[in-house]
Ligand binder design. Structure first.
Ligand SMILES: O=C(O)c1ccccc1N[C@@H]1O[C@H](COP(=O)(O)O)[C@@H](O)[C@H]1O
Length: 241
């Protein structure tokens, strides 16, 4: 059976690595230098880094130069998110050498552009399905963006290669992932799914790994690593068999 990929997260706000609760602005806990965090995950054996420009996602500026510095310093694969909504921001994101980029708001607000970039860039484009219940949320998760299932069907028909599925109610809470949501998404698409939100323990990761045969390819891990609930080495070991 394929093993679950792990993507430790580095979310950047105002130049710092932070974690949010439910993705809400103002709930930041700061963890210092994004580059140091990213290098630490790489040294611990990560094969992927999930790198997010939160200011770009919230529309409160951007950390573009710092994000680029971090992405370029990595020898591992990078998934880049936050504020990628037009040709200029996509070009800047791809120019960092990121393995793939993750599109959130634009998939709801600018479907024609997203269909175009999926056609042009194939599996370099993932779409972030960030949901409360089954309602998508965009613009820093502050605005409703339509129905999950309608959007998933549309993106599937346009050839979207991969989805990053976040249950906002779980994100940053250490309350465990929404396994039912992941199963439901996998039942409606044959594209790989990356799980995001709520991982609190090695058992949570083992439970997500049980979904690999259904189509879950990876899991983002954020707060649990920063809170030292387990080490990345332990997490990689837990999902390696
Ligand atoms: O990761 C978070 O905690 C987060 C919180 C609030 C907003 C966005 C967040 N993360 C990432 O940003 C993209 C969406 O960015 P955009 O809508 O395309 O600008 C989302 O998919 C998450 O990867």
């Amino acid at each position: 059976m394929a093993k679950l990929e792990l993507l430790p997260a580095v979310d950047v706000r105002d130049g710092q690595a932070v974690r949010l609760v439910h993705g809400e602005s103002g709930t930041e806990t700061s963890y210092g230098s994004p580059l140091q965090a990213a290098l630490a995950w790489q040294s611990a054996g990560a094969e992927w880094l999930h790198l997010v420009d939160l200011d770009a996602a919230f529309g409160t500026g951007d950390n573009r130069e710092l994000i680029s510095e971090v992405a370029r310093a990595m020898d591992i694969k990078v998934e880049l998110s936050g504020g990628i909504r037009d040709d200029a921001s996509l070009a800047a994101a791809l120019a960092t050498g990121a393995t793939r980029v993750n599109i959130g708001t634009a998939a709801m607000e600018d479907p024609e552009w997203v269909a175009k970039i999926i056609a042009e860039h194939g599996d370099k484009i993932a779409v972030g399905l960030d949901v409360r219940g089954t309602t998508l949320r965009g613009r820093g998760w502050t605005r409703d963006g339509g129905d999950l299932w309608e959007t998933l069907a549309r993106l599937d028909s346009e050839g979207c290669a991969r989805y990053v599925v976040t249950d906002i109610a779980k994100d940053g809470t250490l309350q465990g992932p929404n396994l039912q949501l992941l199963k439901d998404v996998c039942a409606r698409t044959d594209r790989p799914v990356v799980a995001s939100g709520g991982v609190s323990s090695l058992d949570d990761l083992r439970a997500i790994a049980e979904l690999v045969p259904l189509g879950v390819e990876g899991s983002i891990v954020g707060k649990a690593l920063y809170a030292k609930a387990f080490t990345l080495e332990e997490a990689l070991e837990a999902v390696s068999r």
